[in-house]
Design a protein around this ligand. Structure first.
Ligand code: GLC
Ligand code: CA
Length: 554
């Protein structure tokens, strides 16, 4: 059974997210599956990751690609069987890899047995597992909207009631106020713990304590009470990695979530840095440039404020976000340099890094025709914005930039048809650049983006300063360079990144740290994204997207 004995083992771990339907198909139906993933474990072991965060594989009508679960204790036939899952757990362990399951606890599918029972009548014992309001058809209890568009209330004529859904109509919200619901959930979690999982990612966990009366979804009044109970009743029985998805987390809340006493989770995904290219109060589709100085300030704030009293997750990507190299890097001329720069910048920080499948290859966004998109959010957005009078062109620009399908195109394994993902017709088109960008090409190439990620993962195990070092931001006001140090009593790291595509001066503050170390202990260049390793080029200048990590022992 995979369960590290050491309490905070996850502080030195690197996690890899697998979006199973897009990872590897094994039976030619065009959809990735568990057997496909099992076949790729050697690839992941070679990369050096510790755990896989597996996006949902439980039984589901797939209205939201598995984030609508109809049976928490079974595997969707599309992905395989429970036996396949058990085999995955065993084989992954053989490769030294743990599995984190994705727990979707805010809502179930409307096809879940509980909801089917709930529909039978107000007196049914399962009715109170969900959130209901009386009303009249067409007169919504209030004006709350669903995240995927439309009202957050759905009328059920047989009951003369509305049910509440923060996401699609097929994702009714569970009623966490009901202790029976919480007990069912804990029992289910124990069942997975007994199967040998290494931990969990908890989907939209900050939305469980909702109060539609007060129009509260995020950070409801009983949120931390519920989470502490959940943690006490389940995860605290062992050394598990738990990461809550919390769009509404600020630093103060994150300190509660990731308190060192283990009373809640190991860490959370917070999204403050990821939402910076969004106009406050507007939707993510209303595109805005990235305020670079703010990015530095925000990441530095999380690094310093959680130091010693919480723990960060580190990520640029997941299955809901566009590809980082297209978003804040350059997916043309400097694709490799900028992908490596972004990797180095993130993996030099304190926290647990998460790599999303294909990120380690520098996979990019796509530009599909409207009918080629599959994501429920994208499809709804397209329809709604056209109806609201937006031009087709502007809607497509938003979709190219932010659609969740950018992350969901199949993994690019090699340059054979469909990138080696499937022998059949893929459920979503492969990114046409797979002949150029694929794993087969990169795994053997020591200069590839993949090899760069592998080194960063290895460093996290080798250098304590990466896990423990205190963070300090350098040259806060420099408009092009992101630089910082990490420091323990024994070691120090210096990270210097040119975040943009033009040459620039290396700021004096960085050079001073360098000179100081060089004079005393000598300075080692651990990693750089230019093949001459920064040599032959004055250290006073930084080339486009140039990134360097220096190291010295005190
Ligand atoms: C989370 C998931 C997302 C899903 C939503 C509803 O944000 O990451 O993919 O659509 O929750 O479950
Ligand atoms: Ca399949």
């Amino acid at each position: 059974m995979f369960m590290k004995q050491e309490k905070d083992w996850w502080k030195r771990a690197v996690i890899y997210q697998v979006y199973p339907r897009s990872f590897q198909d094994s039976n030619g139906d065009g959809i990735g599956d568990i057997q496909g993933l099992i076949g790729r474990l050697p690839y992941l072991e070679k990369l050096g990751i510790d755990c896989i965060w597996l996006s949902p594989v439980c039984r589901s009508p797939q209205d939201d690609n598995g984030y609508d679960i109809s049976d928490y204790q079974d595997i969707d036939p599309m992905f395989g069987s429970l036996e396949d899952m058990e085999q995955l757990l065993a084989e992954a362990e053989r490769h030294g890899i743990g599995i984190l399951m994705d727990l979707v606890l805010n809502h179930s599918s409307d096809e879940h047995r509980w909801f089917q029972e709930a529909l039978k009548g107000r007196e049914n014992p399962y009715h109170d597992y969900y959130v209901w309001r009386d009303g009249a058809e067409g007169e919504y209890p209030n004006d709350m909207r669903s995240v995927f568009g439309g009202p957050a209330w759905q009328w059920v004529p047989e009951l003369q009631q509305y049910y509440f859904h923060q996401f699609s109509v097929k994702q009714p919200d569970l009623n966490w106020e009901n202790p029976k619901v919480r007990r069912e959930i804990y029992d289910m979690i124990h069942w997975w713990l007994d199967k040998g999982v290494a931990g969990f990612r908890l989907d939209v966990i900050d939305q469980i304590a909702k109060d539609p009366e007060l129009k509260v979804t995020c950070n409801g009044p009983r949120l931390h009470e519920f989470i502490r109970e959940l943690s006490r009743e389940t995860f605290q029985k062992g050394h598990y990695l738990t990461v809550g998805e919390a769009w509404g987390a600020d630093v103060e809340r994150a300190k509660l979530y990731s308190a060192p006493d283990g009373s809640e989770f190991s860490m959370v995904f917070q999204f403050e840095h990821i939402c910076l290219d969004q106009i406050p109060g507007k939707e993510k589709w209303d595109l805005a440039p990235l305020p670079f100085l703010k990015l530095k300030a925000v990441l530095a704030k999380w690094q310093t404020e959680l130091y010693g009293c919480g723990w960060n997750s580190l990520f640029w990507n997941n299955h809901d976000l566009p590809r980082i190299v297209s978003r804040w890097g350059n997916d043309g001329e400097y694709r490799e340099e900028s992908a490596k720069m972004l990797a180095l910048l993130l993996h030099g920080m304190q926290g647990t890094p998460f790599i999303y499948q294909g990120e380690e290859l520098g996979m990019t966004n796509v530009r599909f025709r409207p009918e080629e998109y599959r994501d429920i959010e994208t499809v709804n957005l397209y329809r709604e914005r056209l109806e609201a009078g937006y031009s087709q062109e502007s809607v497509m620009e938003s979709i190219y930039a932010k659609s969740r399908d950018n992350a969901r195109t199949p993994m690019q394994w090699d340059d054979s048809e469909n990138a080696g993902f499937t022998g059949g017709t893929p459920w979503i088109q492969v990114n046409p650049n797979y002949r150029e960008i694929n794993a087969a090409k990169q795994v053997e190439d020591p200069g590839s983006v993949w090899s760069f990620y592998r080194k960063l993962i290895e460093f996290r195990k080798r250098y304590s300063v990466l896990a423990e070092g205190r963070f300090a931001l350098l040259c806060r006001e420099d408009p092009r360079v992101f630089a910082y140090t990490r420091e323990t009593t024994e070691e120090k790291l210096l990270v210097i990144c040119n975040f943009f595509g033009e040459e620039t001066d290396c700021p004096a503050e960085c050079l001073a740290v360098y000179d100081d170390a060089e004079a005393q202990q000598g300075m080692e260049l651990l990693l750089s994204n230019y093949s001459d390793n920064g040599k032959g080029h004055g250290r006073e200048r930084l080339r486009p997207y140039e990134a360097r990590m220096y190291y010295f022992q005190k």
